[in-house]
Design a protein around this ligand. Sequence first.
Ligand code: AMP
Length: 470
Amino acid sequence: MDSTFKSDRFHDECGVFGIYGHTEAANLTYLGLYGLQHRGQESAGIASSDGTRIYSHKGMGLVADVFDNDSIKSLAGSSAIGHVRYSTAGESHIKNAQPFVVEYARGGIAVAHNGNIVNAFVIRAEFEAHGSIFQSGMDTETIVHLMSSCKERYLIDRITFALSKLKGAYSLVFLTDKGTMVAARDPLGFRPLCLGRLRDSFVVASETCALDLIEATYIRDIEPGEIIIMDKTGLHSYKPFAPVEPKQCIFEFIYFARPDSHIFGKSVYEVRKNFGRILAQENPVDADIVIPVPDSGVPAAIGYAEESGIPFEKGIVRSHYMGRTFIEPQDAIRHFGVKLKLNAVKDVIKGKRVVVVDDSIVRGTTSRKIVKMIRDARAKEVHMRISSPPSISPCYYGIDTPTTEELIASNHKVEEINNYITSDTLSYLSLEGLYKAVGQDTNFCDACFTGKYPVKVEDEVKAPQLVLFK
Ligand code: AMP
C-alpha cells in the first residue's frame, strides 16, 4: 500500500459544512468554512450542485487563500458542501483536499469527512486486490468505493451499506449531482455535527459557530448513528444501525472546538470554565494573578480565577497573524512559532506569583518556552495548571497527536514534567474532575487520557506516525 495513504490517515483534523436549498449556497458555504477554519488550515474546498452536475473548487491554504469571486461564482447551484482540512508536511497534497468528488455508475457524488476510519486500509486493500484504482491517500475514498460496489437502487441504502462497513470516526456530508445532500455521524458519534436552518434551507456544520456566522438557527445535533437526507421532498432521518453508547470526543471540549460553539449539547465555553473551577478546587495555590495561555487556556483560567478569588490578568498576548502552533507543517516553524505568537506582558507579571492555565501538555515544548517567557518577565513564582488530565495516548479517531513515546506524560511522572518545563509547581485536572465539569461520565471517548480505545485500532493504523511531530 502506498505510504501516502498510510501516513495521511492520521491527519484528519477537519471541519465540514453543507447547505441545501439556497440560491447563495456556495457563498454561504465559503462563510461557513471561515467559521470552521480553526479545525483545519492546510486545505479548503467546496462542491456545489445545480441538480444536473457537481462543480468543485479546492486548494491548499486557508479559506481566504483558496477562494475568490470567480471561483465562488463558478460553484453553481442551490446546494453546496465544504471542507477544511489539516494535513501534514510530507504528504500534504491537493489530491487529498476535500470535498472528494467522483463519478460512479449512479452519477456524481462529493463527500466531505471529519474523523478517521480505522479499518480503511483493510477495505482499500480488498478493493485493490480486485483491481480498483484509488485516486487519493484518504480514508474517505473508501466510502465512495463501497457505495459504488453496492447494487441497491436507493441512495440511502448505498450509503447505509458503505457506512456499515466502516469502523472509527466519521462526521460526513455528501452531495449528489442531483443536488441531494446527506449528513451522517458514526454510531459512536466521535466528532460533532449539527443541523440548522436558514429560512427554507437546511444547514449542517461541524460546530454551531459556523451556523452563527451565517445567521442560521441551530435545530439539533445530528445523532450518533443517524443519516439525514435532504432533497426536494424535505428532510428525512434514518437510524439504520443498532444503537450503542456514544463515545463523543472529550478533547473537542478541552481544546479543539471553538469556545463560542455548542457541541454534544453543551456550551464549550461553559464546560471549559468548569474545568478551570474544578482545577482550582483540586489544585489550589497561593498566588497573585491567574493568566491564561491564549487562546486555548482562556475560559479555564477565568474559571480558575473565579473559583480561587485570585485576579485574572492577560499576562500573555497572542499575535493573531499566525496559525496554531501545532498546525504548522515543519518542526522548525513550530518551535520558532511560540516566540512569534506569544509575548509576556512584563508590567503584569513582574514580581508576581503567577498561576498559568493551559488546556493540555502534549510534548511539553510549548509549556517550557512559556514558563521561560514568564520567568524572563521577572515572575516571582510560576505555577502551571492544566485543565485536562495528562495526555498519555495518541488519538486514532481524528485529533492529531504525536506517538506515545513523544507524549511527555506517557513516560514521565508529573514531577518530572514539572522539572522539564521548569515551573515551580505543576498540576493537572483529574479524570473525575473532568467528568464533573462536563456533567456526566458516560458517552465520551477519553482514550487520550486512559488508553482505553472504544474502537479497536489495528497495528497498521498505529505504526506510521506523524512526520510533523518527529
Ligand atoms: P506542548 O507544551 O508543546 O506540549 O504544547 C501544548 C499546547 O499544544 C497547548 O497549548 C495546547 O493548547 C496545544 N495542543 C494540544 N493538543 C493539540 C492538537 N491536537 N493540535 C494542536 N495543538 C494542540
